[in-house]
Design a protein around this ligand. Structure first.
Ligand SMILES: [Zn+2]
Length: 124
């Protein structure tokens, strides 16, 4: 129980750092419809897949409506993604999403380090 609580906190920290970096890194408008209000983060491949949950290639800024729609009409986001970046990038992302994480704890630790480095270097 204690371990799980700790793990959840780390995931929360990671999500927050990822979000912060993303909003600095990407254009602050919806990737699909161009709206500039109610912006959130949209995962092309579900965030349930840890291998690509914190991958910059798997996320775009989306408005809440488009983000919500993704659940029912995923092809819209897929369409804009492939149109913008090409099929090769999508294919690479798909392959990455299939990678098995051997040590989840280590994977999370590595990501935390990676993001705090990014933030401290201000390379975003
Ligand atoms: Zn939108």
């Amino acid at each position: 129980m204690k371990f799980n609580k700790k793990k959840i906190n780390k995931i929360k920290i990671l999500d927050e750092n990822f979000r912060e970096i993303l909003f600095k890194k990407k254009e602050n408008k919806c990737f699909c419809c161009g709206s500039q209000s109610n912006l959130t983060i949209g995962h092309l491949i579900t965030r349930k897949v840890y291998a690509v949950r914190w991958d910059f290639d798997n996320v775009e800024i989306q408005c809440r409506s488009c983000n919500f729609l993704h659940e029912y009409r995923p092809e819209i986001f897929f369409y804009y993604y492939i149109k913008r970046y090409g099929f090769k990038k999508f294919e690479n992302l798909y392959k990455k999403s299939k990678m098995k994480i051997v040590n989840r704890k280590e994977f999370i630790e590595e990501k935390i380090k990676e993001f705090s480095k990014l933030k401290s270097e201000d390379k975003i």
